[in-house]
Design a protein around this ligand. Structure first.
Ligand code: FE
Length: 205
């Protein structure tokens, strides 16, 4: 069995936003797709670690903003690499607007948004899959949608080239952060994206 076959699946990238009470929040997901056309339904799958997950469980509704190739790493830093439990992700952020359901959608670096309500939830252990009906949607720009492969090739920061040859560094495969040192501590957590040591690769300069 060649597990690399999984890498041949393509994924889009999305900002998933929700609102409960006065709290606005959002996270990045790569797990959205249309599942039926009539009625028009989409599915999203969200980690239970995300505050946005709990907010959608509570409110039953969300917006999905489709990230385009005209985005930048800051969008991922803001919505993907910090937790809504400790940060207000919309603080000082103006590239958003509220749709008819009262929830923000993202207007910069995106090409469409979809407003949906939850019909069914499926408990998948670490994640919940939500089957949802589409209530509203609009196009925002004509830039192509970003894929997960495009994120890795063109959006995440390129590691700085080492001037000293023979030096070993560890690079975060999610965000590109570089840790300098021969050995990466087992309990190391990426300071940018919060991913663990297992998501780092050894790079020999
Ligand atoms: Fe990282």
């Amino acid at each position: 069995m060649n597990e690399k076959a999984m890498f041949q699946l393509t994924y889009g990238l999305f900002v998933l936003t929700a609102r409960t009470g006065e709290k606005d929040n959002g996270c990045i997901i790569n797990t959205a797709g249309q599942v039926t056309a009539a009625p028009n339904r989409i599915s999203i799958t969200v980690s239970k670690d995300n505050l946005t997950h709990d907010m959608i469980m509570e409110s039953g509704k969300f917006n999905l903003s489709v990230i385009s190739e005209r985005t930048d790493f800051e969008l991922f830093r803001r919505f993907g690499f910090q937790s809504g439990r400790t940060a207000d992700k919309f603080a000082g952020y103006s590239s958003c607007r509220r749709s008819g359901n009262g929830i923000y959608y993202i207007t910069e670096g995106t090409n469409a948004y979809i407003s949906a309500v939850t019909e069914q939830t499926i408990d998948l252990g670490t994640h919940t899959m939500f089957i949802c009906s589409v209530e509203d949607m609009d196009l925002l720009a004509d830039a192509p949608s970003a894929t997960y492969a495009y994120y890795h090739s063109s959006i995440k920061p390129k590691p700085e080239k080492s001037t000293e040859s023979g030096r070993t560094v560890w690079r975060c495969t999610v965000c590109g952060y570089v840790y300098e040192g021969e050995e990466l501590p087992e309990d190391f957590v990426c300071p940018v994206c919060r991913h663990p040591a297992s998501d780092f690769e050894k790079v020999i300069g």
